[in-house]
Design a protein around this ligand. Structure first.
Ligand SMILES: C[S@@+](CC[C@H](N)C(=O)[O-])C[C@H]1O[C@@H](n2cnc3c(N)ncnc32)[C@H](O)[C@@H]1O
Length: 277
């Protein structure tokens, strides 16, 4: 990571880049709490280096409770990711829709792993001002719906694909095409991603200008879209609520985690040999 201060004051309030600054701030804030759940010190170090009106973000982001929306999901995905990397220290990781998240720096990634963070060019441009590339860590600025970027990723290794807070922003045909391109290119590995309910796009039309495009009741259905995929498990993105130390906030998260429309995290394996198996 470069160490000099970086000026992010041009990031517009409410933009996608700003949303990423909010989630980065929430992870940093949580890392400084008395009993951190995620303990994302890389986010803390990143926020310390960024010149931005974080006081205003703090006032608007309700960190005392909203930090858990971010860290509980990230923690579960980190655990699955760590399991995969322990089993496959020669893995390739694709972290799609990475935003400013520092999963590659938060986890103890074996030195033999090759990690690719992918997001829209404007987000990656911001990321490049914060993080340096190495032989084993690269950033790719592209829409994941563009087929070209995949040409840059090596094949022949177990490949982990993590997409946190991404697929709901794509249309269903784009999700289908992306999954197909990924399983066509890579022989085997796992996919970890979260999904919203089928009602989410309609609610988003009413409440958030229709930014949510895709939802699905049970992501297990993806097995019928793509025969190389095998469902492994799914859980509420808030399933780790027991770790919240404040009893009132814990209760709110317990109730929210039981809502059928809440964000679900899904884990799949994929392999050509699974077809018909
Ligand atoms: C809600 S943010 C999540 C960021 C990060 N994964 C996290 O959890 O903090 C969604 C991210 O997906 C990215 N995104 C949305 N559509 C995309 C696309 N078609 N291609 C690449 N990235 C996309 C956005 O730029 C944004 O950074």
């Amino acid at each position: 990571m470069t160490t000099s201060k970086v000026d992010f004051s041009s990031v517009g309030w409410g933009s996608v880049e700003w949303t990423n600054l909010v989630t980065l701030y929430l992870r940093a804030h949580e890392s400084r709490s008395r009993h951190p759940i995620l303990g994302d010190h890389a986010a803390g170090a990143a926020v310390d280096r960024i010149d931005y009106d974080f006081k205003r973000i703090h006032r608007n982001s309700l960190p005392a409770s909203n930090q858990y929306l971010v860290v509980l999901r990230a923690k579960q995905l980190d655990e699955w990711c760590a399991e995969f990397l322990t089993a496959h220290p020669d893995a390739v990781v694709l972290h799609l829709g990475c935003g400013l998240d520092g999963r590659a720096f938060r986890l103890a990634v074996p030195p033999s792993v090759r990690w690719f963070d992918v997001d829209q060019p404007s987000v990656i441009a911001l990321r490049r001002r914060l993080y340096d590339e190495t032989e084993h860590y690269r950033m790719i600025g592209s829409s994941v719906t563009d087929p070209q970027w995949l040409d840059q990723i090596p094949t022949g290794h177990p490949t982990l694909i993590v997409a946190e807070g991404l697929l709901m922003y794509l249309r269903e045909d784009e999700v289908r095409a992306l999954l197909q391109r990924l399983t066509d290119r890579f022989d085997s590995g796992e996919m970890h991603f979260d999904t919203l309910s089928p009602r989410a796009p309609l609610l988003s039309k009413l409440l958030t200008k229709g930014i949510i495009k895709w939802g699905i009741g049970n992501a297990r259905e993806l097995e019928s879209w793509n025969p190389k995929l095998r469902f492994v498990e799914r859980t509420s993105a808030l399933a780790g609520y027991q770790e919240i130390d404040n009893a009132v906030v814990r209760l709110i998260f317990r109730l929210t985690s039981a809502l059928p429309d809440y964000d679900t995290i899904n884990r799949f394996t994929y392999s050509a040999s699974q077809v018909g198996g």
